[in-house]
Structure formats: structure tokens, C-alpha cells
Design a protein around this ligand. Structure first.
Ligand code: GDP
Ligand code: MG
Length: 597
């Protein structure tokens, strides 16, 4: 039957282990694109993703594969992101699949993020098929890595295909393995429609486009459908697949994955995780949606120009359509005016959202220092969630401050174990477990989330020459000794520069912060005093000395193009500056706290 010839799968891989290269090979083998169209890393469609070499948004590709048994199979490949910040999206992509390829770099071995994603796949009932990639590398050690997969994940990898996405070695064997081992989808082709929205995004020409997986029945162009969550009816304007080009097919049947366009203009009309049913059978049950993920990092984002506030809101609305983890609510700051307090999964997520806002929506934004969310018990017995240091109640009214704790799973080769443990201790970590597997050590630590989300990942990488890997998740709030550090610029407290820090390091960090800000705030026509304070007590102070000469005057008589360049540079710099009192503060100074240990 038709279902027997469909295979829906995802690829689980740590960043750089070769997921994009392998998917491009699949597209090539199955002839999805002509050579001319076959540009590098087709699946990573957003500019930012391409530049950063990561995949953020789930995308899909439908390929026809002529197997060695002579039969043609429809392969629906749903892409998953590989970065620790985005693990929630993995579970979302997996829910559309019956199988997953676990791609492991045969020269690197297993990484913590892949382990976590594998467990998610196994929990969701998927068949996980290990593949050893990069066999062309002389350092490839497939036997050792196969053993590691067995030791750490518990999957037998002795028979795993050993391939090279780069050279093309054994790519068809991977596809054969997929066809043989991934179960075909189940469902009732003749039953009433039930389709799951895996992803939705806003297209300026088409309106809302959704990536859907049909669980039962079929959906055709011209059908009348109902969204379970909104109860609204829509006409299906377009149905098709990604080959990876958007290709209209007019129909998607049970087991298939593709896109739907339904003249849905309002942004929240097709939320991710929603169920699409037919208006003929509107009482069909909704499918289980996706677990809501909570942001871990909060920051204020403010348009440099107040006129941009409404377009900023509109942009956030559009971005949040396919990013359920993006939280935002209006915020006003004495220093920065009107903006939004935004919640993100992690620092990378924050950077990506900020970049997309600036690039795709042409906004100039100032971002304040990111913070985690704190639980505050007041003397009166109220429990407050504080995602903004400047909103912390008066210390005299606080009974107890609690910080979020992350459970961190780290995989590290033995030779770097000492360095990694030192780092975990420095970050106030508590060891929960340590297991020696083949060549890597599996560590479990509880570390304050505030320490984890900031620079822990980068520090871990440098402590292990890039070999350690990390997966983390929130566990609970725990009482801790925390204080707010304020920053005063020329005697004025700047709300947007406040941070919450652990008592043990607040003075040291306060001193380092004022030093850093002194480097980052450009010299003005007058002295600028920068102070760090805890309550009314100033704990550190620096001064940005006044400029002696007019910068432009220096250029008179010099060559004109140099002067023009200088003016242009100042203008560009100005875009990301904010006037606080009579002092211009650049974006970098708002984030200076990230650069002090
Ligand atoms: P992703 O982050 O998992 O999508 O990984 P990419 O597909 O972007 O690959 C990361 C890097 O590894 C790129 O420089 C690829 O050219 C390289 N790469 C991928 N597969 C292979 C392979 O089989 N052999 C070698 N030598 N390099 C590979
Ligand atoms: Mg990639």
C-alpha cells in the first residue's frame, strides 16, 4: 500500500558532525535538485543559520528514493537543530517521524547533546539508526566510536553504516538502512482528517505557511478545514511538499509531511502543535501538541529610535509564530524608553533573534544584559518571579532569594577531566555523578542556570580544546545569597545596567565591570564617572576622561576621504548608541557584564 512506501525520519547530530552535508547527499542521490541548484547546505535556509553553520528551524524535504529492491520510497526528512539552546525543537521535529538517524563523527565520538536527543527519540518511540560519518578522515576510529555509542547511549552500533558525507562513500547504504529499519507510518487513509502543525512561519506573499504531518485522512487544495485551537475555518489554498523547492501537489495523504497555505492572515491563526481537522468532521480529537518550553534568559530590547516601537512589536509577533519559546512583553526603562522584555532559551537564541530583528525587519536595537529569572520570597510571604534586575524589590522586604539550578550532563575525554571539574567548581557547581565509559567521562553537575547560560559553554569548550560537550535543563529554584549591583553614570542610576550577582563575587565583578565600561564608553567632551553600587554603597569607580581635541579638527587639511570615513564611522556607531543623561552609551557597554568573570 501507499503507507508502506513512506519513511519519515530526522537526523540527530551534534553540530559539525555532518548533518547538512549528509542531507545534501541524500538530495543529490535522489535527484531532488539539479547540480546547478545544488548549492551548499540547502536545508539551512536562513542566512543567519548558514553563516553560523547551525540549523534553527525545522524544515522538511521530500525525496523519492529508488531502493535496491526496485521499489520507490517517499522519504520525508525533517530537519532538526543541533545546538543545545534548541533541544525543544528537536522533540517537535521528532514527533513527525518514525525514525531518526544518529550521525556521529567517527573521529570525534559521541557528544552530550546527541545523547540527550537520542533519549528523546527513543522515548517518543522512534527507531534510532546510528551512522558513523567522516570515514575519509585519517583520524576516524569507527570501532572505538561504535563502542562509545553502545556504552553511552545503549544502541548497538557494530553494524552501523560507515560513510563519508563529504566523499560520498556508502551514502546509498545509509538510505537502504533507513528504508529497511524505519517503520512506515500508521494511520487511516480513509478516516477523517487529522493533521499536526509542526511549524508555522509568516511569508510576506502567502501569509501563514505551515509544515504539517497528516496523521489520518487526507487534505486537498480547496478543502475546508478547521483549526482545533482557534475554532476558525479556513479554505486550503495550497498544498505541497519541499523537494527542497516548494512544490505544489494539491494533496497530502496519511503519513505524509508537507506544507499547507490556508489564507490565514492573522499571525496566531495556525499555532505550532495545533491540529487541523476537516469541517465535515470537526469533532475529531486534537492530537497531543508540544510541551511548552520556558525561556531561561531574559533581556530588555529597545529600539534606538522610539518611532520603531510599533514595527518592533509587529516583528516580534511574526517571529513568535514559529518560535513558541520566544516570550515578550512591553517594558519601559527610565534610561532606554519603551521596548520589550524578551525571554529566550539561551544566549545563542537571543543573539539569533536580535540578528533576525535587525536584518529581516530592519530595526536598530539596544539589548540590555541578559539575566535568568529569580524567585523572590518577600517578608510578607509573597513569591515573585523577577526577570528584570531593576524590578527587584527593596532588599529590606526580601525574605529569601532563589536562583534557578540547571542539571548539566557533560561528556569529556579523560585528559581534560581535571580542567572541566575546576570550571564546574568555579561556576558553583555540585557534582551529582561521574561515570567512566570507554574513553569519555560522563559528568552530572548541578550548576546555577545564571552561570550556565552566560559563558559556561564557551569556557567548557576552551577548557577541553573543544572536546567536551554539554546538555542542560532546568531542575528547580534554590535559595542563594544574591545581590543587585547597580551602575551609576555621572551619579545617575541607570536601570538598564542593573544586574543580580552572587554575594561572593559581586564586589570583584563590580570592579571589573566599571573597568570594562571605561574601555567601552567613548570619551566625551567632559569627564564621565562610572560607579558600581550595592544599595547606597559604592563599591567601585572609574572615570572616562574628557576628550582634549575635537576629533574632526584633527582631520582638517588631511585628505577628504579619510574625514568622510571617520564621519561615516561615527554615524554607524551612533546607530547603536543611547543617550543617558548627557552621555552616549554604546551597545557594547550594556553587555559589558558578559565580559567580566
Ligand atoms: P552539521 O553542523 O552537522 O550540519 O555539519 P555540516 O554538514 O555543516 O559539516 C560540518 C563540517 O564537516 C563541514 O566543514 C563539512 O564539510 C565537514 N564534513 C561533513 N561530512 C564530512 C565527512 O564525511 N568527511 C569530512 N572530512 N568532513 C565532513
Ligand atoms: Mg548544518
Amino acid at each position: 500500500s501507499r503507507l508502506d512506501h513512506i519513511r519519515n525520519f530526522s537526523i540527530i547530530a551534534h553540530i559539525d558532525h555532518g548533518k547538512s552535508t549528509l542531507s545534501d547527499r541524500f538530495i543529490q542521490v535522489c535527484g531532488g535538485l539539479s547540480d546547478r541548484e545544488m548549492q551548499a547546505q540547502v536545508l539551512d535556509s536562513m542566512d543567519i543559520e548558514r553563516e553560523r553553520g547551525i540549523t534553527i528551524k525545522a524544515q522538511s524535504v521530500t525525496l523519492d528514493y529508488k531502493a535496491r529492491n526496485g521499489e520507490t520510497y517517499q522519504l520525508n526528512f525533517i530537519d532538526t537543530p543541533g545546538h543545545v539552546d534548541f533541544s525543544y525543537e528537536v522533540s517537535r521535529s521528532l514527533s513527525a517521524c518514525e525514525g531518526a538517524l544518529l550521525v556521529v563523527d567517527a573521529a570525534q565520538g559521541v557528544e552530550a547533546q546527541s545523547v540527550a536527543n537520542c533519549y528523546t527519540a527513543i522515548e517518543q518511540g522512534l527507531e534510532v539508526i546510528p551512522v558513523l560519518n567522516k570515514m575519509d578522515l585519517p583520524q576516524a576510529d569507527p570501532d572505538k566510536v561504535a563502542q562509545e555509542i553502545e556504552d553511552i547511549i545503549g544502541l548497538d552500533a557494530t553494524e552501523a553504516v560507515r560513510c563519508s558525507a563529504k566523499s560520498g562513500l556508502n551514502i546509498e547504504d545509509v538510505l537502504e538502512d533507513l528504508v529497511a529499519r524505519v517503520p512506515p507510518p500508521e494511520g487511516n487513509i480513509d478516516g477523517p482528517l487529522q493533521a499536526l502543525i509542526i511549524d508555522s512561519w509568516f511569508d510576506p506573499y502567502l501569509g501563514v505557511v505551515s509544515l504539517i504531518r497528516v496523521k489520518n485522512g487526507s487534505i486537498k487544495k480547496g478543502d475546508k478545514i478547521r483549526m482545533k485551537s482557534t475554532g476558525r475555518d479556513h479554505l486550503v489554498d495550497g498544498i505541497g511538499i519541499f523537494t527542497p523547492k516548494m512544490t505544489a501537489t494539491g494533496e497530502l495523504c496519511t503519513g505524509e509531511v508537507g506544507y499547507m497555505v490556508g489564507s490565514i492572515k492573522e499571525i496566531h491563526g495556525a499555532p505550532v502543535g495545533d491540529t487541523i481537522v476537516s469541517t465535515k468532521f470537526p469533532d475529531v480529537d486534537a492530537l497531543p501538541g508540544f510541551q511548552k518550553v520556558k525561556p531561561q534568559v531574559y533581556a530588555g530590547l529597545f529600539p534606538v529610535s522610539a518611532d520603531d516601537f510599533e514595527s518592533f512589536r509587529d516583528a516580534l509577533d511574526k517571529l513568535s509564530l514559529n518560535d513558541a519559546s520566544l516570550f515578550f512583553e512591553p517594558e519601559s526603562s527610565d534610561a532606554l524608553g519603551f521596548g520589550f522584555r524578551c525571554g529566550f532559551l539561551g544566549m545563542l537564541h537571543m543573539e539569533i533573534i536580535q540578528e533576525r530583528l535587525e536584518r529581516e525587519y530592519d530595526l536598530d536595537l539596544i539589548t540590555t544584559a541578559p539575566t535568568v529569572i529569580y524567585e523572590v520570597l518577600t517578608r510578607r510571604g509573597d513569591v515573585l518571579m523577577v526577570d528584570n534586575p531593576s524590578k527587584l524589590p527593596d532588599p529590606g522586604t526580601i525574605e529569601e532569594m532563589r536562583e534557578p539550578i540547571a542539571e548539566c550532563n557533560i561528556l569529556v575525554p579523560q585528559e581534560y577531566l581535571g580542567n572541566v571539574i575546576t570550571l564546574c567548581i568555579e561556576k558553583r557547581g555540585v557534582q551529582i555523578d561521574m561515570q567512566y565509559t570507554g574513553s569519555q567521562v560522563a559528568l552530572k553537575y548541578e550548576i546555577p542556570m545564571g552561570e550556565v547560560v552566560m559563558d559556561f559553554f564557551d569556557r567548557l569548550k576552551s577548557a577541553s580544546r573543544g572536546f567536551a560537550s554539554l546538555d542542560y535543563s532546568f531542575t528547580r529554584f534554590q535559595a542563594s545569597s544574591l545581590q543587585r549591583l547597580d551602575v551609576l553614570v555621572n551619579g545617575e542610576r541607570v536601570d538598564a545596567l542593573a544586574t543580580i550577582m552572587h554575594t561572593d563575587s559581586v564586589r570583584r565583578r563590580g570592579a571589573a565591570l566599571t573597568e570594562k565600561m571605561k574601555e567601552l564608553i567613548p570619551r566625551q567632551m567632559f569627564d564621565v564617572a562610572i560607579q558600581a553600587a550595592i544599595g547606597n554603597q559604592v563599591v567601585a569607580r572609574t572615570t572616562v576622561k574628557a576628550l582634549r581635541k575635537n576629533v574632526i579638527a584633527k582631520c582638517y587639511g588631511g585628505d577628504v576621504s579619510r574625514k568622510k570615513k571617520l564621519l561615516q564611522k561615527q554615524k554607524d556607531g551612533k546607530k547603536r548608541m543611547k543617550q543617558i543623561g548627557n552621555v552616549e552609551i554604546p551597545q557594547s557597554a550594556f553587555l559589558a557584564v558578559l565580559r567580566v568573570d
